[in-house]
Design a protein around this ligand. Structure first.
Ligand SMILES: Cc1cc2nc3c(=O)[nH]c(=O)nc-3n(C[C@H](O)[C@H](O)[C@H](O)COP(=O)(O)O)c2cc1C
Length: 424
């Protein structure tokens, strides 16, 4: 073979013309809004988490991000989703995919709920109202925590059209708990979420090590934090003072608040008490054991949320995805079953539903969004879940939420077939 043939035909080069280069240089018009520009760079929840970490004092970020003790349950919640293996169906017409369904009989745009989180205005000043407004716009429920930093009445005024749920920790003072229920009902909250996994406070070591208090107090360490994140502190001191809007007088570390106000004597009998004092729907949140799930449903509640509080209470508790199928089997069709903990994408959402959940609740991700960009950041979180869920449905070869089931999993759970008929 001659040398020339090995080189191939001679390439003819020439100088490019400006008219050919100019279109290559033209970029999309620059968005003038710096928050939108920042958020557009977030392509998953981990990107938002990283932005949140860079913008928030370490102790506040750790309050959100952390779990109890060794944090094994927090990690396990997420890694259970990593282990899911789907068996997608192909050659199905997925040109129209509908992520909508109903939760407690009310239509939702996707099976997704903003979980209750305490002290949301501390992580970013727009707080609970910003999250509820996104929920209202997007047609998904929002749950306000007993430990919220906005009153039920003010939240209702901020997002009058949202499906608002009220989360209750039962207090030692039952009369005070009852007054709170009455206020939530009068403010138009549809659903009571009774959280049952906080009999005593979990040991959140990151908070203990950072000396985190609610509200934050000025110590030598926090003063050093101010120097590193001045904008966050300016926001805190130039907005309404932080306080638990439902719990006058409470303050200190998480453990002091729980010890001072919550009642470790709560039992199944209290669910009957709640049934008497709340005429709307009741969700019991924080159940992992299938026998408990059955008992609470027999007490007449409408839904059970399989949750370990995001790994913030009992360390070594089972991951929620692992616990879900047996709970589903124990409950059957007598109540709805939700899952929270570690749901970090629309694909995780689809996996939870294939394992038997009717909907998921999401906590930390929207707080990361709030820290990364306020209300716009929460919108970004919602959009990431929605786009991811639509994509997962299409790639699984299904067009509706009801078609998700264990037939789409390579290793379907041994217990708890989902209450749905797989579409062949
Ligand atoms: C900062 C923070 C505060 C929370 N506060 C509450 C609360 O007040 N009441 C409650 O029932 N659950 C609370 N939770 C638990 C969430 O409702 C939810 O169960 C958990 O965040 C789900 O796990 P994920 O963060 O992995 O999505 C809180 C979670 C976080 C991260």
């Amino acid at each position: 073979m001659s040398r020339d043939r090995r080189r191939g035909p001679r390439e003819s080069r020439r100088l490019p013309r400006w008219s050919e280069i100019a279109p290559l240089l033209a970029s999309a018009p620059r968005d003038r809004d710096p928050v939108r520009r920042r958020l557009a760079r977030a392509h998953d929840i981990e990107d938002l988490r990283e932005m949140a970490r860079r913008r928030t004092p370490r102790s506040v970020f750790d309050y959100v991000d952390g779990g109890a003790e060794t944090e094994s349950t927090r990690r396990r919640n997420a890694s259970a989703f990593d282990d899911v293996e789907f068996l997608p169906q192909v050659l199905r017409d997925v040109s129209r995919v509908d992520p909508g369904t109903t939760i407690l009989g009310r239509p939702v745009s996707m099976p997704f709920v903003f979980a209750p989180t305490g002290f949301t205005r501390m992580v970013q000043h727009e707080g609970e109202a910003a999250v509820a407004r996104v929920a209202e716009r997007e047609g998904v429920p929002y749950a306000l925590s007993t430990m919220g930093t906005i009153s039920p009445e003010d939240l209702a005024a901020a997002a009058p059209g949202a499906d608002r749920w009220f989360q209750l920790y039962v207090w030692r003072d039952r009369a005070a708990s009852r007054r709170l229920l009455e206020r939530a009902a009068a403010a138009g909250f549809t659903t009571l979420v009774v959280t049952v996994d906080v009999a005593v406070p979990g040991a959140r070591l990151r908070d203990l090590r950072s000396g985190m208090t609610i509200p934050p107090t000025l110590t030598l360490r926090t003063l050093a934090g101010i120097a590193r994140r001045p904008r966050w502190w300016i926001d805190v001191v130039t907005h309404e003072p932080l306080r638990f809007a439902a719990l006058e007088e409470a303050g200190g570390g998480f453990a002091e608040v729980v010890d001072g106000v919550m009642d470790p004597g709560v039992d199944f009998g209290d669910l009957e008490w709640m049934r008497e004092h709340w005429s709307g729907d009741i969700v019991v949140k924080g159940v992992l054991h299938p026998r408990d799930a059955r008992t609470v449903v027999d007490c007449g509640v409408q839904a059970v949320a399989v949750s370990n509080h995001g790994g913030r209470q009992l360390d070594r508790a089972a991951s929620t995805l692992a616990a879900l199928p047996e709970v589903r089997a124990a409950v059957g069709t007598d109540a709805e079953v939700y899952l929270d903990g570690g749901v970090r994408s629309g694909t995780d959402l689809a996996a939870a539903l294939a394992h038997g959940a009717d909907a998921v609740l999401v906590g930390r991700p929207y707080l990361y969004g709030l820290m990364a960009g306020g209300e716009q950041g929460v919108s970004r979180v919602h959009d990431l879940y929605r786009q991811g869920f639509l994509r997962a449905l299409a790639l699984l070869g299904v067009t509706s939420v009801g078609e998700l089931g264990p037939h789409l999993l390579r290793c379907p759970p041994a217990h708890g077939p989902r209450v749905t008929t797989p579409v062949e």
